[in-house]
Design a protein around this ligand. Structure first.
Ligand code: SAM
Length: 282
């Protein structure tokens, strides 16, 4: 038999006890459907020896599922009421998980230290900050080898987009610096309380080495930001500010083997890294 998960009634009761009114600013949409939790945990392919980092555990819907699959769960929650209640919920629903859950009261966009090195990131992310949270964690926790996140469906598509597609942009290229991202499914609105107005998507990722380059990560990201700040412009025009002038931008692009008349949306992260290496001095 599988261990029980929080039902819709449990979620409402817990929220009532804590006097939690879900807020949009914190992206508080709680999963009320056990099948969705099982689906997320299965798609995450967590190894039983792994430590999982969960961002935004909320009332604990996904946390319980992760405690069944992983050795440890480190849960980072920004809302003090939710963070304070989570150990108690875990103890009541998973007495066998004693000592395997750490709750950290913190903003996941700022956290740089955790009680255990995480192997995987599995989270139903707060939607307004999903991309910066993923990029921050990939940057600061090199031990994160893989993961699966639930985000707005459109953001899932953006993260997994490949060069040349319409929705390929800054999140796609920056995510590709760290990892290979792939779309792992769509989730409807009615599995949440309160129900969001748009569908959600699952994205799975596996870390890989960034492209080999003499430029730093910051330098490469600066080129990416500049190239997409003016999406419709050619790279020659979009990178004029970055290089100092359109002529210098053209020179840098040619040196990097990139057509100055092309647009940023056709370049992969390795091409952005080559451009960064040829930034004109001064
Ligand atoms: N994991 C729960 C579930 O699936 O039912 C809740 C998911 S809810 C979409 C997002 C959660 O992230 C909320 O609990 C919210 O308080 C928390 N949160 C919002 N912003 C955060 C941040 N910057 N750092 C950490 N947690 C955050």
């Amino acid at each position: 038999a599988t261990a029980p998960l929080l039902s819709a009634a449990d979620i409402r009761r817990l929220a009532g006890e804590l006097d939690v009114r879900p807020t949009k600013t914190l992206g508080q949409n709680f999963v009320i459907d056990g099948n969705t939790i099982r689906r997320i945990v299965a798609a995450a392919a967590v190894d039983p020896a792994e430590t999982v980092l969960e961002v935004g555990p909320g009332l604990g819907s996904l946390t319980l599922g992760l405690l069944d699959a992983a050795r440890r769960v480190v849960a980072v929650e920004i809302d003090p009421k939710l963070a304070a209640r989570l150990p108690q919920t875990a103890a009541a629903w998973r007495p066998d998980a004693a000592g395997r859950l750490d709750v950290v009261l913190s903003d996941a966009m700022k956290v740089t230290e955790l009680p255990h090195q995480p192997d995987a990131l599995v989270a139903n992310l707060p939607y307004n900050v999903a991309v910066p949270v993923v990029l921050h964690l990939l940057e600061h926790f090199p031990s994160l080898r893989h993961g699966l996140v639930m985000v707005q469906d459109e953001v899932a598509d953006r993260l997994a987009a490949v060069p040349g597609s319409k929705i390929y942009g800054v999140p796609s290229v920056k995510a590709a610096w760290y990892s290979q991202m792939r779309k792992a499914g769509v989730v409807g609105m009615n599995v949440f309380w309160p129900a969001p107005k748009i569908a959600s998507g699952l994205v799975a990722f596996t870390r890989h080495e960034p492209p080999v380059t003499r430029a730093s990560r910051r330098e490469v990201f600066a080129v990416i930001d500049a190239a997409f700040a003016q999406r419709r412009k050619t790279l020659r025009a979009a990178l004029a500010g970055w290089a100092g002038s359109p002529a210098l931008a053209e020179e840098a692009l040619r040196a990097a083997g990139v057509d100055p008349g092309a647009r940023g949306e056709v370049l992969d992260v390795a091409a952005f890294a080559r451009i960064a290496e040829h930034k004109p001095a001064g």
